[in-house]
Design a protein around this ligand. Structure first.
Ligand SMILES: [Zn+2]
Ligand SMILES: [Zn+2]
Length: 353
C-alpha cells in the first residue's frame, strides 16, 4: 500500500482549507483503518472552513484533517478488533466516547463527558484514509451506495430529534430545513406523522422540502409563521416542533405555535443566550422540551438503518450534489449559498493500484 494520502486539511486559522499529502494514519490495537469513499459536508465543517467565532474557540489541534460524515471500506484492523473485518463497508459514529463515565455506563454515550469528535478534536474524514476506534464503526449493507451511507450520521441527528417522542398521526413543524432539517422532514413523514410543515428563509430548501413530501412550506421572512401555523391547525398549534435553526426568534415563535401539552425538541444551536417566557410558553402550556445532541449509541443507528432499508426516505433527492474531493472549494461555496441539500465529496474513486 502507498504510504501517503491526500487529505483536505485546515492548516492555520482563517478561511479555507488545503489539499495536502500526509502519511496514512497508523492504527492502535482497538482501531481500524478505513479507505474513505464518500464524506458529506456538515454545517460544522462550514463553521471550520469559514473559521467563525465558534471554530476559532473550539478547534485546538491545527493542522488537522476536516470532515466527519463518511462511508468507506475497512482495509486494516487492530489486533484486538473482533466485530469489524477487512472488506466491511462502514460508516462512523463521530463521537468517540470513553465508555467509563456515568453517562456511558448508563446508556447515554451521546452525552459522554469525555467525548472527542472526529474532524473537530482529531483528524477527520476528508482524506483517503481515516483511523477510528472499531467501536465507532457501523457496518453498512454493501448494496447501499457510499454517497448515501455517508449521510447516516446527520440522518441520525434528524432521527434522534424527530423520534425523541411520538410522531405517529401528529402534526410536526420542522423549523430550519437546512440539510438536517430536510432529513427531519423526510424522517417525520416516513415515521407516520399526519402532516409536516417546513419553515425556513430559503426558497430553494423550502421547495426541496415540498418536493419530498412536506405538506406546507412557510417562508418566515415573508409570512407570519405563528398565524400561518394556527390557520393550518384550527388554531391549536402543532403537536411537535423540531427546532433545527438555532435562531432566537424562530425558537420563540416555536413556543408560540406549539400546541398545549406539545413537544419542542431542540437540535439547533443558538450562538447567544436566548430569552424565553418560561411561565407563558413552557409552564402554563404544559409542554415538554428536549435538548438533542448527537445520536443515541446505538439505538439511533439501528433506527437510521431500518428507515433506509424501508425505502421510505428520499436519499436521492436529498443528496443534491456529489463531487470529487478536488472540487471542495465549489462544494463549500455551495454550502454557504444554501442552494443545496446534502453535498457529498467522493474519495478513492479511481482504481486503487
Ligand atoms: Zn455532521
Ligand atoms: Zn463517557
Amino acid at each position: 500500500m502507498q504510504e501517503t494520502m491526500i487529505s483536505l486539511s485546515k492548516l492555520k486559522p482563517g478561511k479555507g482549507m488545503e489539499l495536502v499529502h500526509k502519511p496514512i494514519p497508523s492504527i492502535e490495537d482497538h482501531e481500524i483503518l478505513i479507505q474513505v469513499k464518500a464524506a458529506s459536508i456538515c454545517g460544522t465543517d462550514v463553521h471550520i472552513y469559514t473559521w467563525d467565532a465558534w471554530a476559532a474557540g473550539r478547534i485546538k489541534n491545527l493542522p488537522q484533517t476536516m470532515g466527519h460524515e463518511l462511508a468507506g471500506i475497512v482495509v486494516k484492523v487492530g489486533s484486538r478488533v473482533k466485530r469489524i473485518k477487512v472488506g466491511d463497508h462502514v460508516s462512523c459514529e463521530t463521537h468517540i466516547v470513553c465508555g467509563e463515565c456515568e453517562f456511558c455506563r448508563t446508556g447515554q454515550g451521546h452525552i459522554c463527558v469525555n467525548t472527542q469528535v472526529l474532524g473537530v478534536d482529531r483528524d477527520g474524514a476528508f482524506a483517503e484514509y481515516i483511523a477510528v476506534p472499531a467501536d465507532n464503526a457501523w457496518v453498512n449493507d454493501k448494496s447501499v451506495p457510499f454517497e448515501y451511507s455517508s449521510i447516516q450520521e446527520p440522518l441520525g441527528n434528524a432521527v434522534h430529534t424527530v423520534l425523541s417522542g411520538p410522531v405517529v398521526g401528529k402534526s410536526v413543524a420542522i423549523v430550519g430545513v437546512g440539510p438536517i432539517g430536510m432529513l427531519a422532514v423526510d424522517v417525520a413523514k416516513a415515521a407516520g406523522a399526519r402532516v409536516v410543515y417546513a419553515i425556513d428563509i430559503n426558497d430553494y430548501r423550502l421547495n426541496l422540502a415540498r418536493s419530498i413530501g412536506a405538506d406546507a412550506s412557510i417562508h418566515s421572512l415573508n409570512e407570519d409563521v405563528v398565524q400561518r401555523i394556527m390557520e393550518l391547525t384550527n388554531g391549536l398549534g402543532v403537536d411537535v416542533v423540531c427546532e433545527m435553526s438555532g435562531n432566537a426568534k424562530a425558537l420563540n415563535q416555536a413556543f408560540e405555535f406549539v400546541k398545549l401539552g406539545g413537544r419542542v425538541s431542540i437540535l439547533g444551536v443558538p450562538t447567544k443566550t436566548v430569552e424565553i417566557d418560561v411561565a407563558k410558553h413552557i409552564v402554563f402550556k404544559g409542554i415538554q422540551i428536549h435538548g438533542i445532541t448527537g445520536r443515541r449509541m446505538y439505538d439511533t443507528w439501528y433506527q437510521v438503518k431500518g428507515l433506509i432499508e424501508s425505502g421510505k426516505l428520499h436519499l436521492k433527492e436529498l443528496v443534491t450534489h456529489v463531487l470529487p474531493y478536488s472540487k471542495y472549494e465549489e462544494a463549500f461555496e455551495l454550502m454557504e449559498s444554501g442552494q443545496c441539500g446534502k453535498i457529498v465529496l467522493m474519495f478513492n474513486q479511481e482504481e486503487v493500484k
